[in-house]
Design a protein around this ligand. Structure first.
Ligand code: GLN
Length: 492
């Protein structure tokens, strides 16, 4: 093994080298630095990083801690003390986080080194990272395509071996969908399982923080570090945290998996459909029983999601006014001019669209027709899942209806982008957990584009979906495939 091989490793592999003192945390940071310098010019996954600070932390890292000496990339919506936190928005230009988010504090307590802030759709609004006000992030499997979003920077960094693992946030699919499109593993925990203290709020009844990793085991390792109750976060669940690694390795005999007929939609890409069909057969051959279930209100999920998410965003984003931090318009005439120009200059078009939509659905004349009705349908969606989970242990579906798309392909018509969330947003509405694991490739002009299999579990059943995902991963080779950019550089 040479230093060049280090960045391709999983967290678990890296850990065992660190613990055996075969490599030092400092060497790991140096290898990562070289790797980022080699490839990030092409991928553009990172918005900022501080190699000097990371090197200093590496010097004092305790490798015997659960994530001792392991660098983790952080979506730029999560506060890391002293580092920029821009949410990929001009309105947070120049802002540095004054404190660590709880997830960062917990990562540090587990010995990890939070390293680098990754690109995203502005304020996590989008499915391609094209809404970043800073730059485009390219998919390591095909540089002319998006890495998914909104956590596209973390996903691309992990896929291109520029990060051992990353944190993202998922409000309607933003961890699972970029994981699927970039060929890695992404877990959205149950609502309330992971603290959002210090994470910039998009839609507070839906947001969750979770890991993006090369393997299911790595996902469990990060969950072990970040899950748990937080007195600083009122929606945080006060429930015991299991050891998420403990159940990995169990087989699937007796596990009941639900297949919802509503998820087998016409519009899905035929190659995605074929890969999911094959994955379901494979799970069955591993001993899982496949059970047909129905989630009758699925059709309404996208509409409900976009009403509730925009309503909550319009309230949450009211705090960005340039008065105390971030971008501020020059020489305002009066207060109204200050607000109008600061927010007009600071927010990008998608964020403005959502603030306007959200304000509209909350306005007195339309509140009952849109917001209140959406809340009622949200409850029906939640009940659909509750009924399905009476019959099954987990649900299987595609993560995304299509593989990675080209830049610009879905930007002219916002609805086309919104439809990317069709399989992911219902889990956020219901507050349950979900994971995406690589399950095949689509062929596009001779290039391989990853496809993700989604497993949904009931609230607080992360250990179960991790176990199922692990059994699937262990018996397939999809996660071992590396994008061309990784292979090319490793050979060089
Ligand atoms: N694509 C969805 C949206 O644009 C979900 C984003 C997310 O999960 N943060 O809102």
């Amino acid at each position: 093994m040479t230093a060049k091989d280090l960045p391709a490793m999983s967290i678990a592999e890296l850990q065992s080298l660190l613990r055996r003192r075969e490599v030092s945390p400092r060497e790991v940071i140096d290898a990562l630095r070289a790797r980022i310098q080699d490839v990030d010019g092409e991928i553009d996954a990172y918005l900022s990083h501080d190699f000097e600070a990371a090197a200093k932390e590496a010097e004092k890292a305790n490798v015997d801690l659960p994530l001792g000496g392991v660098p983790i990339a952080i979506k730029d919506i999560i506060s890391v003390a002293g580092e920029p936190c821009t949410c990929a928005s001009k309105i947070l230009h120049g802002y540095r986080a004054p404190y660590d988010a709880t997830v960062i504090r917990k990562l540090r307590a587990a010995g990890a080194i939070p390293f680098g802030k990754t690109n995203m759709d502005e304020f996590a609004m989008g499915s391609s990272t094209e809404n970043s006000a800073m730059k485009l992030t390219r998919n390591p499997w095909d540089l002319s395509r998006v890495p998914g979003g909104s956590s596209g920077g973390s996903a691309a960094a992990v896929a291109a071996d520029e990060a051992f693992g990353g944190l993202g946030t998922d409000t309607g699919g933003s961890i699972r969908q970029p994981a699927a499109l970039s060929g890695i593993v992404g877990l959205k925990p149950t609502y309330g399982r992971v603290s959002r203290f210090g994470v910039v709020a998009f839609a507070s009844s839906l947001d969750q923080v979770g890991p993006l990793t090369k393997t299911v085991r790595d996902s469990a390792l990060i969950m072990n570090a970040i899950a748990g109750h937080d007195l600083q976060e009122t929606t945080s669940l006060n429930e015991p945290v299991p050891d998420y690694s403990a159940g990995l390795g169990r087989d699937l005999r007796g596990v009941r998996l639900g297949l919802a007929k509503e998820y087998m939609i016409e519009g899905a890409d035929p190659q995605v459909k074929a890969a999911i069909d094959a994955a379901v057969k494979h799970l069955n051959s591993l001993g899982a029983d496949i059970v047909d279930v129905s989630l009758p209100h699925t059709d309404y999920a996208t509409a409900v999601y976009y009403i509730l998410a925009t309503a909550e965003a319009s309230a949450n984003l009211a705090r960005f006014d340039g008065v105390r931090y971030g971008h501020r318009a020059e020489n305002p005439k009066d207060l109204l001019d200050h607000y109008g120009r600061t927010r007009g200059e600071g927010f990008g078009p998608e964020v403005k669209r959502r603030i306007i939509l959200g304000t509209y659905v909350l306005s007195s004349g339309y509140y009952d027709a849109y917001y209140l009705r959406a809340q009622k349908v949200r409850e029906l969606i939640r009940q659909d899942f509750a009924k399905a989970f009476e019959k099954v242990d987990a649900l299987v579906s595609p993560t995304s209806p299509m593989p990675a798309f080209k830049f610009g392909e879905r930007t002219t018509e916002p609805l086309h982008m919104y439809l990317a969330d069709i399989f992911t947003s219902p889990a956020n509405l219901a507050g349950i957990c979900g994971i995406s694991v690589p399950c095949g490739f689509a062929d596009a002009d001779g290039r391989r584009l990853p496809i993700g299999l989604q497993l949904l579990g009931k609230a607080l059943d992360e250990a179960r979906i991790l176990q199922i995902a692990h059994a699937y991963e262990k018996s397939t080779d999809w996660h071992k495939a590396r994008p061309p950019i990784a292979a090319a550089i490793h050979k060089a």
